[in-house]
Every structure is written in structure tokens, then in C-alpha cells.
Design a protein around this ligand. Structure first.
Ligand code: HAM
Length: 428
């Protein structure tokens, strides 16, 4: 029979890569706890309408990338392509704007987009994200940018670039969109076919096109710069944000071409990039979404947040730090030689667990040769061997596979001996 493969654009994650995931997840949880963000877990699927309205009908995500199906009850369901619209849905559904209007939440988990897979671009990928809802101040934009920055730093990433732009608000964004339309129409013959079709429906998306002739169009002298179209409120918001970031020492550049692929952004939009991952260079992005609640049925709930792509972070960590630095392995290999030995080592396993000494327990259907080879393959330095003789004498044999030294010690002395040995391994 033919083997069954993992679906295209998805992958299994296990030993040793999983240890980098633990590292990242632990830091996200730690920083979230320090900053008072509590975790929210929304469903992996939602009503399609949530993303159609929330992310925007004209976006690539909604038009081309959603995993949408009709369930057995005839409802249109979509696997979540992102986390912000579900978080806002939950906030509104719980009625928090009445009872507890200011929340700080974080999440971690899989997202689904039907994209063309390549290194760093998956159909099932994972994000961690932070959202603050109910806050209007530019200082809350600064807080989420600071969180992103802090987490990347604690994780151990270097050479990242933070780009910021303002996309304007309900009152100034339309005049910029109109200016872009006029400009793009003027140079339509130099744009690719895809961009030409976007002029009417979503002219800002054109800025994301990687096509060389389109890129040349954006760099003409008469290109309308969004920064020149901001109303006083948006300009002040950006100025204050930049002043805070400068004050707290977060390096950034303003990129007037940064538009982001989701329609809910107003005012602040930002992205964290690397030059070391090729085309998939954004390892996180976010911004302010003060009008998202409006399209979901409740007027005027401000929000700002960001999400980071775990797969891209892991790839970058493997490049910059190396997989080895994160690997974890058991410190002790438990090798029983017969059924008596199995019983004795199962008993010992509970003591080791209590003392938080990681171990790997094997069974007596394999002989000592196998155990020695296996422990070596797993790079475990200490092997505890128990057979008939050890059981009769109430003892364990311990072999140090690095030095070749073997000794037999009374059962009561084993734990302190192992703790000492583990300490030595930890110090090397
Ligand atoms: P996004 O820019 O679409 O924003 O995604 C955030 C991050 O997820 C990207 O920077 C990238 O690292 C990662 N990512 C996106 N698509 C893929 C993919 N196909 N494969 C691997 N990684 C990917 C959002 O999703 C917004 N919800 C962020 C946000 C939160 N804005 C405000 N709050």
C-alpha cells in the first residue's frame, strides 16, 4: 500500500527542533506574565464571516488563502488565518466593553493560510501574539512594540530591523487611497497585471508587489508618500510613539511603503524584519486596529497588537545560535538486565522524577550490549545497570560512559552519587 504523507505546507515538529520551540514558548509566557498579559485560547476555526469582515474582503488572505468549508450543519467555517479578529470577536462576545473594557491578552497556536509553501512560509504555521484592547494612547502601541523587541532579544535573536509606518485613520486614509489610485492609473502600463486589477479594489496592496517594474513605479519622485497625508491626530499619534520608542532606546526606521496585508489597521503599522531568511523576511508584525470592532458590530473599541511567526523565529535561531545550544537529553540511562532489575528501576524512576533528574528507562528484553550502545547513541554519560546480582546485594552498578569507570554502590547511596555526577555534567 502507498505510504501517506504529511499534507503539503505542513510538517511534524519533534526532537531536537522541539527544544527550540519550548525555549521560545517559555520566554513568551514569562514576558507575558511579567507584563500582566493573560492567555486567551480561541477556537482553531470560526465563522467565515469573521475573517471576511474583520481581515477584509479585498485582502489576499480572504480572497485566496483561507481554508473554508461547509460543515455538516451547512455553516461556512474557516480555519483561522490569524488571531486578531478571533480575539476581538471573543472580547465583544463576552461583552467586556461594558464590564471590563481594558484587556491585555496573549495567544500561541497554529494558523492556516493556503499559500505557496517555501522555507518560512507554511500552510499550517504558528504564531504567538499580544493584543491590548481598550487602549488609545500611543504608549500602548509602544508597549506592544517593546514586548516584541524584548521577546526577540530574550530569545537570542540579533540583527533585526523594526519598520514603522502610519496608515492614517477613517478621516485621512481615504484621501491617501484616492491619491494612490490616481498615481497608479498614471503608471498603469508599467504595473504587472495583478497590480493593475488592484488599483480599484485595494491600491495599497500594490506596494507589497515584488515585481521589479512595479517597484520602479513606487520609487518615482511624484509617488504620494502616506506620511504627507496624515491628519493632525494621526501625525501626533505617530510623533508621540516615535518619541517614546526613542526614549526607551528601541531602534526603528519609518518606512512609508509598509502597508501590511490585513485591512483592519489604522494609524500605527509595524514589522520586524531580518535579512537572513531570504524572501520570507518578516518575523513579526502588527499595528493598531481601532475600527476592527466597528465591522464586527460594536462601535469604537480601540486595539493594538502584534503577532510573530514561530517557524521563522526557529529558522533564524537555528542560523544565528545553532540547534545544539537548545538540545536537551536525559542525564541517566536506566538499564535493567532482568525482570527483577526492571522492578527495581521502575521504583527508582519515581525517586529520580521527584528529584527532577531526567532519565531514560529501558527494558530487559534487550541485553547489556544494546544498552551500552544505545546510551552512547543518545549521548547519555551515566548508565545505571541492575541485574540479579545487584538486586541480591541491594546495590546498583553505575558506569560512566565518558571515562569507562564502573562501580557498584548501595541503593541508598545512588541518588547522592547521581546528583553529584549530574552536577559535574551540568558544569562541563
Ligand atoms: P501577519 O503579518 O499576517 O499579521 O502575520 C504575523 C507573522 O506571522 C508574520 O510576520 C510571519 O512571521 C508569520 N506568518 C504569516 N504567514 C505565515 C506563513 N504562511 N508561514 C509562516 N509564517 C507566517 C497578523 O497575522 C496579525 N494578526 C498581527 C497582529 C496582531 N496585528 C495586530 N495584532
Amino acid at each position: 500500500m502507498e505510504k501517506i504523507h504529511v499534507p503539503k505546507g505542513t510538517r511534524d515538529i519533534g526532537d531536537p527542533e522541539i527544544f527550540i520551540w519550548y525555549h521560545v514558548e517559555n520566554i513568551v509566557r514569562e514576558v507575558a506574565a511579567h507584563y500582566g498579559y493573560s492567555e486567551i485560547r480561541t477556537p482553531f476555526f470560526e465563522q467565515t464571516e469573521l475573517f471576511a469582515r474583520g481581515v477584509g474582503e479585498a485582502t489576499d488572505i480572504v480572497q485566496k488563502e483561507m481554508y473554508t468549508f461547509t460543515d455538516k450543519g451547512g455553516r461556512s467555517i474557516t480555519l483561522r488565518p490569524e488571531g486578531t479578529a478571533p480575539v476581538m470577536r471573543s472580547y465583544l462576545e463576552q461583552g467586556l466593553y461594558v464590564s471590563n473594557p481594558r484587556v491585555k491578552w496573549f495567544y500561541m497556536g497554529p494558523m492556516f493560510r493556503y499559500e505557496r509553501p517555501q522555507a518560512g512560509r507554511m500552510r499550517q504555521f504558528h504564531q504567538f501574539g499580544f493584543e491590548t484592547i481598550g487602549y488609545q494612547s500611543p504608549a500602548s502601541d509602544a508597549e506592544v512594540i517593546l514586548l516584541a523587541n524584548l521577546i526577540y532579544q530574550k530569545i537570542g535573536l540579533i540583527n533585526l530591523l523594526l519598520e514603522i509606518n502610519s496608515l492614517g485613520c477613517k478621516s485621512c486614509k481615504p484621501s491617501y487611497i484616492q491619491a494612490m489610485r490616481i498615481y497608479l492609473k498614471k503608471y498603469a502600463c508599467d504595473l504587472c497585471e495583478n497590480c493593475r486589477t488592484r488599483i480599484e479594489i485595494n491600491p495599497l496592496r500594490v506596494l507589497d508587489c515584488k515585481n521589479e517594474s512595479c517597484q520602479a513605479v513606487f520609487h518615482r519622485a511624484d509617488f504620494p508618500n502616506i506620511q504627507d497625508y496624515l491628519c493632525a491626530e494621526c501625525a501626533t499619534h505617530q510623533e508621540q510613539l516615535i518619541a517614546i520608542l526613542t526614549h526607551i532606546g528601541i531602534q526603528h526606521v519609518i518606512n512609508p511603503y509598509l502597508v501590511r496585508g490585513l485591512d483592519y489597521y489604522v494609524k500605527t503599522a509595524f514589522e520586524i524584519k531580518t535579512e537572513e531568511l531570504g524572501a520570507q523576511n518578516a518575523i513579526g508584525g502588527g499595528g493598531r486596529y481601532d475600527n476592527l470592532s466597528d465591522v464586527l458590530g460594536v462601535q469604537g473599541i480601540p486595539g493594538v497588537g502584534f503577532a510573530a511567526g514561530m517557524e521563522r523565529i526557529i529558522l533564524l535561531l537555528q542560523k544565528q545560535v545553532g540547534q545544539k545550544a537548545f538540545n536537551q537529553k536525559p542525564l541517566v540511562y536506566l538499564a535493567p538486565l532482568d525482570h527483577q532489575g526492571e522492578k527495581s528501576l521502575l521504583q527508582l524512576s519515581m525517586r529520580l522524577d521527584h528529584l527532577a533528574i531526567p532519565f531514560y528507562l529501558e527494558f530487559a528484553d534487550k541485553g547489556i550490549k544494546y544498552h551500552l550502545k544505545n546510551a552512547q547513541r543518545m549521548n547519555i554519560h551515566h548508565i545505571v545497570i541492575v541485574g540479579e546480582e545487584e538486586c541480591r546485594n541491594g546495590a546498583y552498578s553505575i558506569k560512566n560512559l565518558q571515562t569507562g569507570e564502573q562501580k557498584t554502590i548501595p541503593q541508598e547511596a545512588l541518588v547522592s552519587d547521581l546528583l553529584g555526577a549530574c552536577q559535574n555534567v551540568a558544569n562541563t
